[in-house]
Design a protein around this ligand. Structure first.
Ligand SMILES: *Cc1c(COP(=O)(O)O)cnc(C)c1O
Length: 393
């Protein structure tokens, strides 16, 4: 493997410190490297492979669509994407969707829609947004502007200047940043990269109230926490509130690069119009077929019921780890999106886990993150916990 890794390091731009394995294929909740070593995968390509690897029905749907039509451009209609739009809007309780190629691009579109909405109200171009500290919304310049992590931002400033940062679950910190120029509040319903930090019900309710009182748009980024991961299709659906705009990506197309931003009819009628936004690939027939099949399989295989069944067990087992190891401070998360907060860097443990055939990842320096495929069973949790305990010991 070292030969290939050296080759990769000579060719690829060094923007990642990659783990030293070369992956070859996957089956269910396991990945295999090119030497045939098996890994239990509790990352699923950062929450992408919700349905597990080598799902024959999903793969067949892609193959069929490849043989029919892969791409058309957005100047024409295609059936898979019309169907996918209908299904996605239904589960998301939204009215309009724009398909993108990635999560960051979905965030870009959401930001543009919010700015345009405010522009149409008063014709001014100095609107502000409020985003959260420790948030992550992507690496493009707009998404980076609302990403509250100085490490990612610093070298690229100035970004979109009119972003103010507040603290998640601290409603006063939001109130302090709201003014007559605020056009949107953007947050992850469960912060992912920032360390698996769920927004609290009361906080979300109060943010919604502030938005309603001031005609500010609430943008919820569901790219990591959405698509069933927390035990509802979208994490906000457990809280009795609804965003004005939401973003999805990661699990939505089972590994085919895709995302989307969705909005209510109110926002759609008063924001982006023909010429304001576009994409060459977004929502092409291949992507449409992928999203369609993912959504069909979610429903038919009762994926969300499985999340609710297994996540309680995962939480129990992680809580026992917190009890047994002093340097594991606490667990936090929702559904199959969990984090163990350590009082030391998580890197060594994650590397050890990999040696022992378990794929884990961090979220921030001190948090071990768990984002397994949503099809996992209790026995996979047991296997994972066994390896993790060995590594922690
Ligand atoms: C991954 C992620 C993004 C960015 O998605 P990309 O597809 O990597 O551009 C944005 N927001 C959240 C919450 C994410 O987890």
């Amino acid at each position: 493997m070292e030969k290939y890794i050296d080759e990769a390091e000579a060719l690829l731009l060094h923007t990642y410190n990659r783990f030293h394995i070369v992956l070859d294929h996957g089956e269910g909740v396991c990945l295999y490297d090119i030497q045939g070593k098996k890994y239990l995968d509790f990352v699923s390509g950062i929450g992408v492979f919700a349905l597990g690897y080598h799902n024959e029905e999903f793969n067949q749907a892609l193959k069929d669509q490849i043989d029919k039509l892969i791409h058309t451009s957005n100047y024409y209609y295609n059936l898979p994407t019309i169907e996918a739009a209908g299904k996605l809007l239904k589960i998301a309780e939204m009215d309009r969707v724009f398909f993108t190629n990635s999560g960051a691009e979905a965030v870009e579109g959401a930001i543009k829609a919010a700015i345009k909405y405010a522009y149409l109200k008063d014709g001014s171009t100095d609107h502000e947004m409020i985003a959260m500290e420790h948030s992550f919304h992507g690496r493009t310049m707009g998404a980076l502007s609302v990403t509250g992590n100085p490490k990612y931002r610093e070298a690229f400033e100035p970004l979109i200047g009119k972003v103010r940062f507040a603290k998640i679950n601290d409603i006063e910190s939001i109130r302090m940043q709201v003014n007559e120029k605020t056009c949107a509040i953007i947050l992850e319903t469960v912060q992912g990269e920032g360390g698996i930090i769920p927004a609290e019900a009361e906080f979300l309710k109060q943010v919604r109230e502030i938005c309603d009182a001031n005609d500010i748009l609430l943008i919820l980024d569901e790219i990591q926490c959405g698509m069933g991961r927390t035990g509802a299709y979208f994490a906000w659906q457990k809280f009795g509130i609804r965003p004005d705009i939401m973003t999805v990506a990661k699990a939505i197309a089972g590994g085919i690069p895709a995302g989307a931003f969705l909005m209510t009819e109110k926002v759609a009628q008063h924001s982006l119009v023909a010429g304001d936004h576009g994409t060459t690939y977004g929502g092409n027939p291949l992507v449409g077929a992928a999203i369609n099949k993912v959504l069909d399989l979610f429903e038919r295989n009762h994926i969300i019921d499985n999340v609710n069944l297994v996540s309680g067990y995962l939480e129990e087992q992680l809580d026992l780890i917190v009890r047994d190891y002093d340097f594991v401070q606490f667990r936090r998360g929702s559904g199959l999106m969990q984090g163990l907060v350590l009082d030391c860097p998580a890197g060594d443990i994650i590397n050890k886990a990999l040696e022992n055939g378990l794929i884990l990842i961090n979220a921030g320096a001190n948090v071990i993150r768990f984002l397994p495929p949503l099809i996992i069973q209790k026995e996979h949790v047991d296997e994972m916990i066994g390896i993790l305990r060995k590594c922690l010991s």
